[in-house]
Design a protein around this ligand. Sequence first.
Ligand SMILES: Cc1cc2nc3c(=O)[nH]c(=O)nc-3n(C[C@H](O)[C@H](O)[C@H](O)COP(=O)(O)OP(=O)(O)OC[C@H]3O[C@@H](n4cnc5c(N)ncnc54)[C@H](O)[C@@H]3O)c2cc1C
Length: 462
Amino acid sequence: MTDQIKTDYLVVGSGAVGMAFVDTLLDEMPDADIVMIDRFAKAGGHWNSAYPFVTLHQPSAFYGVNSRELSQGLRDQTGLNKGLGDLATGPEILAYFDSVMRQKFLTSGRVRFYPLSNYEGDSVFSHSLNGKRTRVEAKKIVDCTHLNTSVPSTHTPNFSIADDVRFMALNDLPLVTDAPSGFTVIGGGKTGIDAILWLLENNIEPKNIRWIKSRDAWLIDRKNTQPFPEFFVDTIGNQANMFEAIAEASSKADMFDRLEACGYFLRLDPTVRPTMFHGATVSQAELVELRTVKDVVRKGRVASIDEDNITFMNGRTEATLGHIMVDCSASAIKDNVIKPVFKDNVITPQTVRAYQPVFSAAMVAWVEAHVEGEASKNGLTGVVPLPDDLDTFVRMTAANMMNQALWGQNKPLGKWMRETRLDGFSKMVSGVSEDETDKVAILKRLRAAAMPAMGKLQSFLS
Ligand SMILES: Cc1cc2nc3c(=O)[nH]c(=O)nc-3n(C[C@H](O)[C@H](O)[C@H](O)COP(=O)(O)OP(=O)(O)OC[C@H]3O[C@@H](n4cnc5c(N)ncnc54)[C@H](O)[C@@H]3O)c2cc1C
């Protein structure tokens, strides 16, 4: 037998995107009734299965939902992020989403949450433990599963591993008790970086760490992502540097050189040219630590691991050295299929600002509440592709700048953006007064370079 319930919005997924969307919808659309469902027992999405030492990569100050602070405005006083905005840990993020769910969503009486529930499609979900099926009659369905974040503890590696290999997701590193000969970290992305930093912080000597990377990545200096007035020169100044570097570039390759020269990009090894960009951030102190690991293997993608050898796709090999193999090969973003955000009765929140899934979800909810008509709604929510390689960086940056220019023409949206905590930077820019001459000069440079940069990106795209 299938139960029947009715609602205005059926929101599938209570990860960060679902939570940020619902939070803004509740505030901007005071009559909306909402049903949320998720396979997990608690809100928070992939943070439920993250590794124990995970933290945000961006300051907590602009992560989460609009209506509730996550950071208390703290700066880290110790560690490799010292001096920068604090990075919430996985447990902090989960506790935060749990309290938003209990204290705001459920208390409002307008949200019903069905955890441990699998969406089957066609407005039906089933309970994972008792199998009970429920059909939802909803005016709109909001698909907050689109990003499909993949994490090491739940993904299946795309290479084979023999039974006698000591292989683990980085989640299990804190359970190791027998002081192995060393650790081989597989994966050059942010998770690989987190694993290496954690090993170093826990007194593993760099010579006992090997790092397998199929690609090197351009990285972002976390100092330039700080939404605090004292970092104006770093964040907004860096943005001006970026626009100028793009505007002056004579080719795509020259653009990446210039972006590195002006401090927008960092790389781990100055002798290796990165071919990937996933938007990962590091602090300068983390970079110094990471560079102490000298055994970096660049032989392409791993094909298989047996007791003695790691074999790569191109047939080359590396001895296993009796190391623990640490799996950091899950790519957080599996595919990059872009859909219209608004289509008939389905809303699919996607990134409308680069690197900012939660700001984007909240903004999509704002548009749903305040803009009439599918074409106008989609006009304001052009999807910014997720970055992967160097070409997608160009597409992402062009789409990002295009949205920013469009939003600037919408006054109510502009007001909301200045007020939302999820937009780290609009406030910083709008708060500059005429007598702050250094800041005014940066803003002038930013505005002067924006159109030429946009034109250059378009020419690279064509
Ligand atoms: C280690 C790590 C660090 C990160 N740091 C940052 C950061 O600092 N800043 C930032 O902006 N982003 C960061 N991200 C990116 C991160 O993916 C997003 O911030 C955000 O958490 C993604 O949320 P989501 O809701 O799209 O996805 P998810 O967290 O994956 O949530 C999707 C939800 O949908 C549910 N679901 C899926 N299918 C179904 C179904 N059929 N039925 C029911 N439920 C379903 C899932 O159970 C899940 O709860 C990080 C990612 C990782 C892996």
